[in-house]
Design a protein around this ligand. Structure first.
Ligand code: ZN
Length: 431
């Protein structure tokens, strides 16, 4: 079966109905379903309360049921019909409230009368229900102010719970790594949730089927923000030694746009590889956003001290499409064609990035070129220019720039830059 079709169907029919959050059974179930397709996916966990940089892993949240019943005993809001009806991380409650008090906890979007909004309150104790504006109007019209409602949220916070995430590594010829990061913390939404895991599954299937991959690929499925912070706090040393770039995948399944958010300094090998991929795939009208418009885990990966220069790859950029964070973000918006487009760009960019040479200077300060016979001790002009080129190359060979970028920086044709690279490599001045 076509791999896009296979993982699209798993997303649509099996993963979509699950209530996920940053912790809890729904996220674990999602990871287990992915693992059933990829047995070498490792499901790992970090206990609640663990300090991760400036944060603490929150208590594990699970919800059994949540609803609002009217005075006739009729459920007028029901979490079991659509898990978006409940605010994520709602505290438990079992109360009789009048209409006004109830409405204090009801969220809706006047501008999108059919849409149930998605809300969460991870770090502030709250409870709430989300309904469409049409439902809200019914509430206004069908009930009097002093009508009573029974509000039930059967949620639990386990302070000894855990945060789960998934990790799959495809070993390459080189130990140098590319990170593909996507999230598994949103409830029933398609583009801003399942498109990332679907495209990641397509990528894992594709790269596992290859005889060899140049660089090692590290796929992770984490809850957004707290998950990437936790992952970095656990793996930073390793990643600092091996990571050369990668992508955050979010909203990669609609067929409206191709877009990406550049890494902070806009010139990383990962940025270059996306642009090259668009070119190769003949995608001309893509949208490119500055890092100031970041939104997903690239926020963490580009932070000072982390500095991984990882862009966000998407179809429509999160927040910029009207279905975003509502019940309208479903599998009508996310299509096989949309997923195929996201998959093709990601696959091509990873392949290009995997083939890139990213030289790293092995000597602190300038090496003494004279003793290696690379510097003309008599300073004749022609040779001076050549050794100057070596030195220029070495200045930019900081493990962050591709050969192409170094060629641009030192204003020397790529073919000659390559020759300089091989020469310096021969003399063990770079790796
Ligand atoms: Zn989101």
């Amino acid at each position: 079966m076509n791999i896009v079709k296979k993982y699209y169907n798993i997303g649509k029919h099996i993963l979509f109905p699950i209530c996920r959050s940053i912790t809890g059974k729904g996220t674990l179930k999602t990871l287990k379903i992915i693992k059933s397709e990829f047995p070498n996916l490792k499901i790992k966990s970090i206990p609640s309360k663990t300090k991760v940089f400036d944060w603490n892993i929150p208590a594990e949240w699970n919800v059994e049921d949540a609803y609002v019943k009217d005075k006739f005993g009729q459920k007028i809001i029901d979490f079991k019909k659509n898990n978006l009806h409940l605010m994520g991380y709602s505290i438990p409650i079992n109360k009789i409230l009048n209409k006004k008090k109830l409405l204090d906890h009801i969220y809706y979007l006047k501008k999108q009368p059919n849409a149930i909004p998605y809300t969460t309150s991870y770090y502030q104790k709250r409870w709430g229900f989300n309904i469409s504006y049409n439902q809200k109007k019914k509430l206004d019209n069908n009930y009097k102010n002093n009508d009573k409602f029974s509000v039930v949220i059967k949620s639990k916070f386990n302070p000894y719970g855990k945060l789960n995430y998934g990790e799959l590594i495809i070993k390459g010829e080189s130990k140098k790594e590319i990170l593909i990061s996507t999230y598994v913390c949103h409830p029933s939404m398609a583009n801003d949730q399942l498109s990332g895991p679907i495209v990641s599954m397509c990528l894992m299937n594709y790269f596992q089927s290859l005889k060899k991959v140049k660089k090692t690929l590290r796929f992770i499925f984490i809850p957004e923000t707290i998950g990437s912070i936790a992952y970095l706090s656990k793996n930073l040393n390793h990643l600092k030694n091996y990571l050369i770039g990668g992508y955050v995948l979010a909203c990669v399944g609609d067929n409206k746009n191709h877009s990406f958010v550049l890494s902070k300094y806009e010139n990383s090998p990962s940025d270059e590889a996306i642009k090259d991929a668009y070119k190769k795939l003949n995608i001309k009208n893509y949208k490119m956003f500055s890092f100031l418009e970041r939104g997903s885990d690239e926020r963490q990966y580009n932070s000072p001290g982390i500095d991984f220069s990882i862009p966000l790859l998407c179809r429509s950029k999160p927040t910029l499409y009207k279905e975003y964070h509502t019940s309208l973000d479903d599998f009508n918006l996310v299509t096989k064609k949309g997923i195929t487009g996201g998959f093709e760009v990601a696959k091509t960019a990873i392949n290009i990035l995997s083939n890139k040479i990213i030289p790293k200077n092995l000597v602190l300060c300038e090496p003494q070129m004279g003793k290696r016979g690379l510097y003309n001790t008599l300073s004749i002009k022609r040779d001076f220019l050549l050794s100057r080129s070596y030195m220029n190359f070495l200045q930019f060979a900081d493990g962050k720039n591709s050969l192409e970028e170094i060629s641009r920086q030192i204003k020397i044709d790529i073919k000659i830059t390559k020759k300089i690279f091989y020469k310096l490599k021969k003399y063990n001045l770079i790796r």
